[in-house]
Design a protein around this ligand. Structure first.
Ligand SMILES: NC(=O)c1ccc[n+]([C@@H]2O[C@H](COP(=O)([O-])OP(=O)(O)OC[C@H]3O[C@@H](n4cnc5c(N)ncnc54)[C@H](O)[C@@H]3O)[C@@H](O)[C@H]2O)c1
Length: 319
């Protein structure tokens, strides 16, 4: 029988795609999510065919019962995003750390496999390409921007500690995932912000001078690699999940403007205006994907143009 899967944060962007794909492959799936970011129209369809428990990862009893009744936990629930890191640091630290501890304790008790969603943020300002065993580099603690990275680092370390005690656990580090369902809003990522602005004829706001670079990964590729992290039995491993195609934010703005046939101006906004305190930019971010290829036999397959086309189409329907 296929492993029964619990997805924390399964109502969110990546989690909802993961849930649907696992169901397609014949897994019994349960979503646990407290709808922290509010409800959306896609939730109605999602919850029609996948059992949904509205609860927080901070509710230990609920977690324990659910973990006991599943074989694998994909732990994706978290408070995330650069802006949340600075606006809601206490809530973010307490939720992410305590929530992950609850999941790991329950998984240890019932000997359940955990796939933990970490992030490329853990590398901080290190020099790319970022390899899983490379050094990390953060700014000072008064730069609140780093608190999400510090939390995920501690959560990873906790995972590895439980791994030493025999827990089957795999840590995946996502690099800038994008696609349908990643919404625009005050805490949105750069691709949803740009597409939404471009389609509405509003200025496309590039923060800083736009020379910072990122590697974007389409959500279906991220989901495929996440499922492989369960299937391949690679325990106590950390694996980057991302593409190696780097693009500057300035070029991204121009590309999205062209692809949406938009007349929106591209404007440059100083970081101090967007993030009054506690910000520091990561100039370049690119994964080393050797482990992704070797341990998960995986390489992203969706081209950036195709992924952006799908995402733009979704936004057109949304708007
Ligand atoms: N999207 C990316 O580019 C990216 C990059 C790196 C890492 N990640 C990690 O991947 C995971 C999923 O990210 P996403 O982009 O889908 O984010 P998301 O915000 O869309 O999903 C997170 C989900 O967690 C839920 N949640 C928040 N607090 C909760 C709580 N206390 N109890 C239960 N549920 C709670 C939210 O309601 C949301 O549905 C996160 O752990 C994130 O740190 C994402």
């Amino acid at each position: 029988m296929k492993p029964r899967c619990l997805i924390t944060g399964g109502a969110g962007f990546i989690g909802s795609h993961l849930a649907e794909e696992l169901v397609k492959r014949g897994h019994k799936v349960t979503i646990l999510d407290n709808l922290y970011k509010g409800e959306h129209s896609y939730h109605q369809e999602l919850f029609q065919h996948i059992p949904f428990i509205k609860a927080s990862i901070l509710e230990k009893d609920v977690i324990e019962e659910l973990v006991a009744n599943h074989d694998v936990v994909f732990h994706l629930a978290a408070i995330l995003g650069v802006k949340s890191t600075m606006d809601k640091s206490v809530e973010l630290i307490e939720t992410n750390i305590d929530g992950t501890r609850n999941i790991l304790q329950a998984a240890k008790k019932y000997n359940r496999k955990v796939v933990f969603a970490s992030t490329s943020e853990v590398y901080g300002k290190a020099t790319p390409p970022f390899s899983e065993d490379g050094d990390r580099l953060y700014g000072s603690t008064d730069k609140l921007r780093w608190c999400y990275a510090v939390c995920k680092t501690l959560e990873e370390t906790l995972c590895l500690g439980y791994g030493l005690q025999g827990l089957p656990v795999t840590i995946i580090r996502y690099f800038n995932i994008y696609g349908p369902r990643a919404k625009d809003g005050p805490y949105a990522g750069v691709i949803p912000r740009f597409i939404s602005a471009a389609l509405q004829g509003k200025p496309i706001q590039v923060y800083g001078d736009g020379t910072q670079t990122r590697c974007f990964t389409y959500v279906s590729d991220a989901v495929e690699a996440t499922i492989k992290a369960m299937d391949e039995g690679v325990n106590s491993e950390i694996i980057n999940i991302g593409s190696e195609n780097e693009i500057s934010i300035r070029d991204l703005a121009a590309l999205i403007r062209t692809m949406t046939n938009s007349k929106s101006p591209i404007i440059y906004v100083p970081f101090e205006k967007v993030y009054p305190i506690g910000f520091e930019e990561i100039p370049n971010r690119r994964p080393d994907t050797v482990k992704l290829k070797q341990l998960l036999s995986f390489e992203p397959t969706v081209s950036f143009t195709e992924g952006l086309t799908q995402t733009i189409e979704w936004f057109k329907r949304e708007l």
